[in-house]
Design a protein around this ligand. Structure first.
Ligand code: FCB
Length: 437
C-alpha cells in the first residue's frame, strides 16, 4: 500500500515543554536565548498538540491519510538523555500510536528531529561520540514499547541540516558556528543511526529508514571552477549522508578536511547496516558557483525564474524527479525503496473575513510535486510513500511562527485549527486514489 501522509516534529507542535517530567532540549535553551529566533518565539506552547492530539488525529482521519510521520521527543522519554525513563513520556506516544491505528493511520515515528536532551549537549552534543551509543539505548526503549504497532521507523531527520545549521553556522540549536569543525557531528549522527538501526531490529522493529534532506545541485555554468564547486557542495549536502549509509564509504572530503580524525575502524560497517528504506525530504534544488573569496569551496548562487514560497525558496517541482532519478543512477541496486518523508511550502496565507484560507499556491505546489514524483516512478524509481510537510502551521525553528506550512491553519492565540483549501484539495485527491486502485 502506498503511504499518503502528513509530517510533523515534536518540538514544532507539542508545546507542554515543562509538563509530565519532560526534560529540557537544546531547542528550549536556544529559543529562550535573546536574538536566536525571530521575535523571540519559542516552542513552549507551539500547537499545544500535547493536549490537543485527539483533535489532530481527527483532522488526519478527516483528511483521509493512511500514515502519519511524527517525531518522538527524546527528553520526554529520557529527561537526562540517558538512564532513567519517564513513563509519562512513553505513555503519551503509546496513546497517540493507538489512536492512529484505530483510525487506520500507520504511525511512522522519527526518533530524532533535532531536540537533543540539554544534558547531552552539556556533554558535547553530537561532537561527542558517546552520544551515538546513548541514542541507540533510547531507540531500544522506544521500540520496546511501540514496535508491535509501528510499520516503519525513521532514525534521524536531516542530519545534514542539523550539522550545517546547528553546528557549522549557528542558525539552529545548539547554535555553534564551527564551520568545517562541525564535521564530527555528521559522523556521530551517522554512527548513531547505524547503532540505532541495530538496536531497533533487536527490539523487533519491522522496517528502519533514515531521512536525508537532499537537493539536486545545479552548477551556475559549465566552466570548470563552477563544476568543481557544485561537486564539492553535492559531497557536503548529499553524498556525505547517503554514501556511508548506502555503500559504506565516505565521499572524498578533502575539500573540507585533511583527515577523517573522527573515523574509527568498524564505524562504516555499523553506519551501513542495511536499511529497509530511505526517507527523502525535498524542498528545492541548489545552484552553486565557485567561491569569490577564501573559505568554503562553494557559494550559493541562488535560483531565479521560478515562483518562490513565503520563505523565498524556489518552487521547482521537476527537481524532485531529477533528485529521485539521480539517486537511482548513482546508487543503482544499493538504493532501497524511497519514502518522500517531507515536501511542502510556506505561503503568505490570508484568512478571509468569513474564515477561509484559499491557499491556491500550496495546492499548485503539492500537485506539481506529486506529479514529478510520479514521473520518477514511471522512470523506474521505487517510491512507496509521500508525506506533506506539514499537517499544521507550527514553530518553524529560527523563523518562529512566521512561516506557515500547514494544510491546517493554526491561530496561535486561540489554538483554533481551520483546514485550508489545500486540505480540502488533498482530501479529494486521496479519495480519488482509492477509487483508482
Ligand atoms: C525541514 C525540517 C522540518 C521543517 C521543514 C520546513 O528541513 O525537517 O522540521 O522545518 O524543513
Amino acid at each position: 500500500m502506498f503511504l499518503w501522509g502528513t509530517a510533523t516534529a515534536a518540538y514544532q507542535i507539542e508545546g507542554a515543554a515543562q509538563e509530565d517530567d519532560r526534560g529540557a532540549s537544546i531547542w528550549d535553551t536556544f529559543a529562550h536565548e535573546p536574538g536566536r529566533t525571530r521575535d523571540g518565539h519559542t516552542g513552549d506552547v507551539a500547537c499545544d498538540h500535547y493536549h490537543r492530539w485527539r483533535e489532530d488525529v481527527a483532522l488526519m482521519s478527516g483528511l483521509g491519510v493512511n500514515a502519519y510521520r511524527f517525531s518522538i521527543a527524546w527528553p520526554r522519554v529520557q529527561p537526562l538523555g540517558t538512564g532513567a525513563l519517564n513513563p509519562q513520556g512513553l505513555d503519551f506516544y503509546d496513546r497517540l500510536v493507538d489512536a492512529l491505528c484505530e483510525q487506520g493511520i500507520q504511525p511512522v515515528p522519527t526518533l530524532f528531529h533535532w531536540d537533543l536532551p540539554q544534558p547531552l549537549e552539556d556533554r558535547g552534543g553530537w561532537l561527542n561520540r558517546e552520544i551515538s551509543e546513548m541514542f541507540a539505548e533510547y531507540a531500544a526503549i522506544v521500540a520496546d514499547r511501540l514496535a508491535d504497532r509501528v510499520p516503519l521507523w525513521i532514525t534521524l531527520n536531516e542530519p545534514f541540516v542539523h550539522m550545517a545549521f546547528g553546528y557549522a553556522m549557528g542558525i539552529h540549536a545548539p547554535g555553534q558556528a564551527l564551520l568545517t569543525g562541525a564535521l564530527p557531528s555528521a559522523h556521530h549522527q551517522l554512527l548513531a543511526h547505524g547503532l540505532a538501526t541495530q538496536a531497533l531490529r533487536a527490539a523487533g522493529a519491522r522496517q528502519v529508514a533514515i531521512t536525508n534532506n537532499c537537493t539536486p545541485v545545479w552548477p551556475a555554468s559549465q566552466e570548470e571552477p563552477d563544476l568543481k564547486a557544485a561537486d564539492a557542495y553535492d559531497v557536503l549536502h548529499n553524498r556525505l549522508f547517503n554514501d556511508p549509509v548506502l555503500i559504506g564509504e565516505y565521499p572524498d572530503l578533502s575539500a573540507y578536511t585533511p583527515a577523517l580524525d573522527f573515523l574509527r575502524d568498524g564505524d562504516l560497517q555499523i553506519i551501513s547496516t542495511p536499511i529497509d528504506a530511505l526517507g527523502i525530504n525535498y524542498y528545492n534544488p541548489t545552484r552553486i558557483t565557485a567561491p569569490a573569496a577564501e573559505g568554503l569551496p562553494f557559494e550559493d548562487a541562488g535560483i531565479t525564474g521560478h515562483p518562490t514560497t513565503a520563505f523565498g525558496w524556489p518552487v521547482v517541482p521537476d527537481g524532485l524527479r531529477e533528485l529521485l532519478t539521480g539517486l537511482k543512477a548513482r546508487y543503482a541496486t544499493a538504493l532501497p525503496p524511497i519514502y518522500i518523508t517531507e515536501n511542502g511550502c510556506s505561503q503568505h496565507d490570508v484568512v478571509t473575513a468569513d474564515g477561509r484560507i484559499e491557499d491556491q499556491a500550496r495546492i499548485a505546489y503539492l500537485e506539481g510535486h506529486i506529479a514529478a514524483m510520479r514521473r520518477a516512478m514511471a522512470e523506474g524509481v521505487d517510491v512507496r510513500g509521500y508525506f506533506v510537510w506539514s499537517l499544521l502551521d507550527n514553530f518553524e525553528w529560527a523563523e518562529g511562527y512566521h512561516q506557515r506550512f500547514g494544510l491546517v491553519h493554526v491561530d496561535f492565540e486561540t489554538q483554533r485549527r481551520t483546514p485550508k483549501a489545500s486540505y480540502a484539495w488533498l482530501k479529494e485527491f486521496l479519495e480519488a486514489q482509492k477509487t483508482d486502485t
